[in-house]
Design a protein around this ligand. Structure first.
Ligand SMILES: NC(=O)c1ccc[n+]([C@@H]2O[C@H](COP(=O)([O-])OP(=O)(O)OC[C@H]3O[C@@H](n4cnc5c(N)ncnc54)[C@H](OP(=O)(O)O)[C@@H]3O)[C@@H](O)[C@H]2O)c1
Length: 268
């Protein structure tokens, strides 16, 4: 009987190389400059992928991440390209440039998103529009130019970032909840539509994760939220990135049309 040897940090077994789970997979990630998107970029590269990611306002953070990734993973491509995901023309330029750099595509991670929270009676139409355009409009803008390359090569994975708020609702977040619930419908419909081409489409629903997005939550509300989480703490961007990368890998090839929470057991 062969003795079991534990994998090292990179996942390679000491008595024989085990391929990295995302080796050679070409990723497009939106909103890779910060938070969950940046964690996905880091983990995907660590697991062997090539990555093109978009940024909007955080050009310097995007540049620094690319530089760090190129130094850490020489021989693997990492590039950052600007795109406001609610702007159809800007996204067309981004997706064309990403495809040109990568050659083709295996995985799309629709991650970029915003909140503009307010009670519904006080919500401004422009804030509603920004949230819906950024979070839900981007599903159309980014996915549409990239779906045919996936269909043509008869395989791939799309992972969309929704939210526990899209499943359960939350006060002060009607625009965000509506946009994230829309992503769930989009995910399920597209999964049914393109499954015959070997493409999976899933949604990841984080609860409360430590990023700039949750840093805006007032301390009293944060205490209330923590009390609702069985472990009484927020998740990390890496907690979410691990699920995203699993869903992008061939290990998840029989999982599609699903909405999977990473929320530490939060019940809103
Ligand atoms: N953090 C949480 O607790 C949580 C919970 C549930 C769901 N989520 C979802 O997870 C995703 C990532 O959230 P996060 O916490 O990492 O947020 P974050 O730290 O605020 O980062 C947001 C990312 O989205 C990009 N972005 C925002 N608006 C954009 C636009 N109009 N065009 C292009 N890029 C844009 C930002 O790029 P720039 O900085 O370059 O502008 C940034 O990279 C979002 O879809 C969010 O709704 C987060």
């Amino acid at each position: 009987m062969t003795a079991f040897t534990p994998p090292d940090a990179a996942g390679a077994h000491l008595n024989g190389a085990v391929p990295l789970p995302l080796a050679g997979k070409r990723f497009v990630v939106t909103g890779g400059s910060r938070g969950i998107g940046a964690a996905v970029v880091r983990l995907a590269l660590a697991q062997g992928a090539e990555v093109a990611f978009s940024y909007h306002r955080s050009a310097e953070a995007a540049r620094a991440l690319c530089q760090e990734m190129r130094a850490a993973h020489p021989g693997q491509q990492c590039m950052a390209l600007p795109a406001q995901v609610g702007d159809t023309a800007a996204v067309e330029e981004f997706t064309a440039a990403a495809l040109e750099c990568l050659g083709t595509l295996d995985v799309l991670v629709n991650n970029a998103g915003v909140t503009r929270d307010a009670t519904f009676a006080r919500m401004r139409r422009e804030d509603w529009d920004e949230v819906v355009e950024t979070n839900l409009g981007s599903m159309f803008n980014v996915t549409r130019p990239l779906v045919m390359p996936l269909v043509k090569r008869r395989g791939g994975a799309i992972v969309n970032l929704t939210s526990a708020v899209g499943l359960h609702g939350a006060p002060g977040q009607t625009s965000y909840a509506a946009s994230k619930a829309g992503i769930i419908g989009f995910t399920k419909a597209l999964a049914k539509e393109i499954g015959e081409f070997g493409i999976t489409v899933n949604a990841v629903a984080p609860g409360f994760i430590e990023t700039d997005m949750t840093a805006q939550i007032p301390p009293e509300r944060m205490e209330y939220v923590k009390a609702l989480i069985p472990g009484h703490r927020l998740g990390t961007a890496e907690d979410v990135a691990h699920l995203v990368c699993f869903l992008a890998s061939d290990h998840a090839r029989y999982i599609t049309g699903q909405v999977i929470e990473v929320s530490g057991g939060l019940l809103l």
